[in-house]
Design a protein around this ligand. Sequence first.
Ligand code: BG6
Length: 485
Amino acid sequence: MSDHIDSTMSTGHVDGARMQTNQPDADALVLFGATGDLAVRKLFPALYRLERSGVLQVPVIGVARSDWTDDDFRTHARESIAEHFDDADPTIVDSLCERLDLVQGDYADETTWNELRATLDRHNSMVAVFYMAIPPTMFPMVATKLASVDLHRRGRIVVEKPFGRDLQSAVELNKILHEVFAEDHIFRIDHYLGKEAVEDLLVFRFANTLLEPVWNRNYVRSVQVTMSETLDVEGRGSFYEGVGALRDVLQNHVLQVVSLLAMEPPAGADSGYLQDEKAKVIAAMRPIQTDALVRGQYVGYRDEPGVDPNSNVETFVAVRLEIDSWRWAGVPWYIRVGKAMAQSATEAVLELREPPRMLFDESGGPPPGRNLIRLRLGKNDGVTFALQAKTPGPDLDSQEVDVDVDFAAALGERQDAYERLIGDALIGSLRRFARQDIVEGTWRVVQPALDDPGHVVPYFRGSWGPADADDILLNGDHWFAPTPD
Ligand code: BG6
């Protein structure tokens, strides 16, 4: 039984995410790891966007060990923004930089925490967002140190992934964080939940009466989810060695997408109801069976800097999942993720069953293809229905036609994931963050593959992974070529 009624009761506001929160707006944003890689790649560009849209109205206090001045920090932010926006507006960059302060010091050192507290006092802050853009090994220490200067009562934390490295470590991390923060003050990031296209799965499923009748085992024959990247580990070999594709993207991003595709409609708009339905469908997922799992490694991975020459870490995973719910029992869910693949794509494909009888195959040719619903979740997000239509000519034969919507063309520019997630944390909305039971549930699903991973099978860069990935397919199924990003 969840505690969502208490923790996320609506305030009666009517606008979007704000409706989901009963927490006060934040009056400061504290960035731990402010001089690190994530800040440069994602956080400063997101802050620029938030400043541009007028949402960022609070001081931003970086905390970092680097021996930098406030000015160094501001220059760093300017450089990050310039790297991401060709046409950054200098007035907006200036107003963002005016918000920036740096608290420099060792995280283990008491004076750093006193200084942080004094800085927040100076800004009269009572509700800060503490964003942990730091290595996960430091999460417990930072949470405890915040409590040591009594700042835990003055804010909420945002925790970056990976949240644990298996079920046990995730449970332990939750326990440590709960000693300091209540569950509704812990915002666990999975940036896929911040993507418009991923969130659209909810709207697409539950705002279209057309789809719900067929969205189940009676009409769906199989579901495929592909998350392929042409990029390799890009010099992050030593990080990747401790992770692998299962922990890096499958346990989090992909299982979040699967839960949105598979869950029942939530009882209402409240964030807790959505989380409850996700938790239920994750509980119905059978733990991965190792005979339905293929792990691959691209040839050349072992030569990457920081990688063990005998590494058994996977850069590719194909797995067949089963969801033992009334809606999905018996339907195979084929998942494929990988680096250094033929194409970048993030796509879910539902293959529908064939009609009971083919009435129109007059020429005696091959039977018509089955209907597909392709949901593109990457850069070219959109949806394609592959339907059958009559082939022109005297016979009643059919052929595939695509009914396609490109969301960017149809709907215009969408917000960036980090922009939305930081904006949500500032207003205290948990809707796009991962609740404890969901994170632990996804670790439970992948745990057998971590305990008994077996060997990795090599594959060539630029391929679709090892041919062995076909072995997990049932009923003569094949992998669909995904629509490239
Ligand atoms: C990250 C992984 O969480 O997601 C990366 O650590 C991966 O390895 C990235 O490349 C993919 O995110 P996106 O938004 O580019 O699909």
